[in-house]
Design a protein around this ligand. Structure first.
Ligand code: MLC
Ligand code: AMP
Length: 468
């Protein structure tokens, strides 16, 4: 690992044991939740392993969250301890359990628990169609099985060095990145934030062979390569570039290949299922497609009534995978609604080509937005806008955006005159920065059908053709 410090696996093991002892001293026991609000670092990884070592459940929290969003997780997961970076203490809600800085603990030793599935490994909070995020509960079996199947497919080995610039509170950075590297026994260079120049430096100066990113990171890398075309030859020395968490524009794949000679390997997944589809390491990496099932995964495409449909037809993707979540924490109703028998309803709308390659073409719900790889609930933003006294009605949508994939815009009907910028600031004051509407349109009426139901697809169309 890297950053300001370089840790060997033996040092990581020592740090894990010290964290395990420290968590014990703080009264954390098997099955308790330990939440973490801290930027990516080796220390954060050691603390997570320490929690595993005593059978505690790891609950990583988005470092962009504000107090209300953190408060929801604290209420739902009821952690007995919160590990927090001092710089993020301002985001802690009033009702927070015991807090400890994420600073190195005293050396210590406790017996390391056998990891098995009586206790889950982690809760990954992810947005849904309702306003509140839900904790996808992942077992060790799910994480280890799902990630080994994937990294096996990608040929990860001890010889690889991962440039890890994704946050460690979502499955992309945490499960594939950290757990994938640990399981393969490889080196990871852990960065607190993404920086295109740092990807180049990791490859040039530190032998990084693998980079994984959300599509927005590739947009940024392409901007960097436009300005510094010689760096294309540096990136060419790496072995593998993968993308996921949102659709990678085919044009970006092609431009990146022109600069570096690398064809980005796109794959698809979810917090609830880990990675279920991937283009191959050897073989055709098809632009605009997420490839075929990862080994162990079964998939079908169904119509509106849940009946399987033929290749070439558009429908919802449903999957079965050994890496499936055990359920949403504390929410059996939502868990049940997310399954159709044994099949997990992804909510993603896809087409399967005759040769098994799948293309993601949309999403069943217009209330879910993906921006820069973060999943966002339109409802959550609408609820915040409606709390402003001038707002009578609010509708939030994601519009196509070259950098972010989707850009958040809102349309509101007002009771009294108000500047759109005031409403943007109102939303920004209680939501994570990336949930802030980039534009608020003040409209006379929202489009509704004869029954009064909001027509968001029509609204998206209208707003796409409109300037603020
Ligand atoms: C940052 N900003 C965003 C944003 N991230 N706006 C919209 N969407 C986002 N995702 C805005 C900030 O609000 C700020 O705006 C401005 O960008 C600069 O902020 P920053 O903090 O400097 O941004 P940066 O660090 O460059 O962040 C961009 C990013 C980040 C792409 C690195 O969004 C990111 O880490 N994304 C990864 C998300 C991820 O890991 N998803 C995996 C989910 S798992 P302003 O106006 O305030 O200046 C999953 C399953 C699977 O999906 O298959 O993998
Ligand atoms: P999350 O809940 O943050 O794990 O987000 C999962 C969602 O990200 C999926 O349901 C998809 O909508 C989206 N997603 C992940 N990978 C891809 C991809 N390669 N292409 C398009 N969408 C993707």
């Amino acid at each position: 690992m890297a950053g300001d410090t370089a840790w060997s696996y033996a040092e990581l093991d020592d740090a894990m044991r010290s964290w395990a002892a420290e968590l014990r001293r703080r009264g954390v026991t098997r099955g308790d939740r330990v939440a973490a609000l801290a930027p990516s670092s080796p220390q954060l990884i050691a603390a997570m392993l320490g929690a595993y070592a005593i059978g505690a459940i790891w609950v990583p929290i988005n470092t962009r969250y504000r107090a209300a969003e953190v408060g929801h997780i604290v209420q739902d997961a009821t952690p007995s301890l919160m590990l927090c970076d001092p710089s993020l203490r301002g985001a802690l809600p009033e009702q927070t359990p015991a807090v400890r800085d994420l600073a190195a603990p005293e050396p210590g030793q406790v017996p390391v628990a056998a990891l098995h599935d009586e206790v889950p490994a982690m809760l990954i909070y992810t947005s849904g169609t309702t306003g509140r995020s839900k904790g996808a509960t992942l077992s060790y079996e799910a994480v280890v099985g799902g990630i080994e199947a994937l990294t096996g497919l990608w040929g990860w080995s001890q010889a690889d060095v991962l440039s890890l610039q994704l946050p460690l509170f979502h499955v992309h950075g945490l499960c594939i990145g950290v757990h994938g590297s640990l399981l393969a026994g490889m080196q990871m260079r852990v960065h607190a934030r993404f920086d295109a120049g740092a990807v180049v430096r990791d490859v040039r100066d530190h032998g990084a062979s693998v980079f994984m990113g959300v599509p927005t990171m590739y947009t940024r890398l392409l901007e960097h390569l436009e300005a510094q075309p010689d760096d294309g030859a540096v990136l060419a020395r790496a072995r593998l570039f993968t993308a996921g968490s949102a659709a990678l524009p085919a044009a970006d794949l092609e431009t990146f290949e022109r600069h570096t000679g690398h064809r980005i390997l796109e794959r698809y997944g979810m917090s609830e299922t880990l990675i279920t589809f991937s283009n191959p390491l050897a073989g055709e990496r098809r632009p605009g497609s997420v490839g075929r099932e990862v080994p162990g995964v079964r998939a079908r495409v169904v119509d509106d009534v849940g009946a399987p449909i033929a290749d070439g037809e558009v429908g919802e993707l449903q999957v079965q995978t050994p890496a499936i979540m055990s359920g949403y924490w504390n929410d059996p109703t939502a868990t049940e609604a997310s399954f159709d028998g044994m099949w997990f309803r992804t909510g993603d709308v896809v087409v399967r080509d005759g040769d098994g390659y799948v293309r993601i073409v949309g999403r069943k719900s217009v209330d879910i937005i993906k921006s820069g790889g973060f999943k966002i609930s339109a409802r959550e933003i609408e609820e915040v806008l409606l709390m402003h006294p001038a707002v009578a009605e609010a509708a939030v949508v994601g519009l196509p955006d070259a950098t972010w994939g989707e850009r958040i815009e809102a349309a509101v009907c007002v009771r009294e005159p108000v500047e759109p910028s005031v409403l943007v600031e109102h939303a920004a004051s209680s939501l994570a920065d990336y949930k802030k509407p980039r534009v608020v349109h003040i409209v006379d009426a929202l489009p509704r059908n004869a029954l009064g139901k909001l027509q968001k697809v029509a609204l998206k169309k209208t707003l796409s053709g409109r300037s603020p």
